[in-house]
Design a protein around this ligand. Structure first.
Ligand SMILES: C[S@@+](CC[C@H](N)C(=O)[O-])C[C@H]1O[C@@H](n2cnc3c(N)ncnc32)[C@H](O)[C@@H]1O
Length: 227
């Protein structure tokens, strides 16, 4: 089974939940008629919550993976599901650009630079990005993420990247354990049905790393606006 096929069996492709998304919508003061971009929507983990939040608005769900976008189109006819690169979103402008667990593909500065011109006046961007939660740096976590080509940094570094890009933070929190469970519990159940292979082993190691050391890292959820 490929990683795409594996995620097609799930509801989420990364940590997050409706509670933390609703927090971000509240902080961003997203109105009921807002135009919203779900950038890196995956299999539509948050698309339904976004649609419900803007009953008189518009939701564009964008992802580079066509099979994911096909799922979103089937599941959420009210969304405009688009295959494409989130560096160059379909025409907006948007009152909210939401991006759960996908900004790391571009880097925070590059994503914010790409999205600035696509925001409506007064618009906001809300995204989650993986960071250390405190000063604890378990070697097993450092090694695990290094093997994935990821070097974790802390929230001060994230704040610096946002400020450097010319944006201001208007709210920040952690996604928290419920959001990780919402991702990992169905994933773990699905892995139990799969024959062992490198992909299955890699996800099992990732989940194990979180079970052992998950207090030391989390997705930082930030709501930002251009300065
Ligand atoms: C970790 S998943 C998160 C998906 C979804 N937001 C969720 O929380 O379940 C990251 C997603 O970003 C998408 N992605 C990566 N780079 C992209 C790009 N440049 N443009 C659009 N989508 C991209 C991937 O295909 C994947 O679906």
């Amino acid at each position: 089974m490929s990683i795409i096929d594996l995620f097609l069996t799930l509801e989420r492709a990364g940590p997050g939940d409706a509670e933390s998304l609703r927090w971000a919508l509240d902080v961003a003061q997203t109105p009921a008629d807002a135009r919203v971009l779900d950038a890196g929507c995956g299999i539509g983990a948050d698309t339904g919550t976004l649609i419900a939040a803007v009953p008189r608005g518009r939701v564009v769900a964008l992802d580079a993976a066509e099979p994911f976008v096909d799922v979103v189109a089937g599941k959420y006819p009210r969304a405009e599901a688009v295959v494409g690169d989130m560096r160059a979103p379909p025409a907006g402008p948007y009152d909210l650009i939401w991006s759960a667990g996908a900004v790391y593909n571009l880097g925070v500065g590059a994503a914010l630079a790409a999205w600035r011109a696509h925001l409506a006046p007064g618009g906001r961007v809300a995204f989650s990005d993986l960071r250390w939660t405190g000063t604890e740096r378990p070697q097993a976590v450092v090694d695990y993420f290094a093997s994935e080509g990821v070097t974790l940094s802390d929230t001060a570094a994230l704040d610096g990247e946002i400020a450097q890009a010319g944006w201001r933070v208007i709210g920040a929190r952690w996604v928290g354990r419920a959001g990780w469970a919402a991702y990992y519990e169905p994933l773990e159940a699905q892995l139990a049905n799969e024959r062992d292979n490198a992909l299955v082993e890699a996800f099992k190691s990732e989940i194990n790393c979180w079970k052992l050391h998950g207090d030391s890292f989390d997705y930082r959820l930030v709501v930002v606006e251009p300065q």
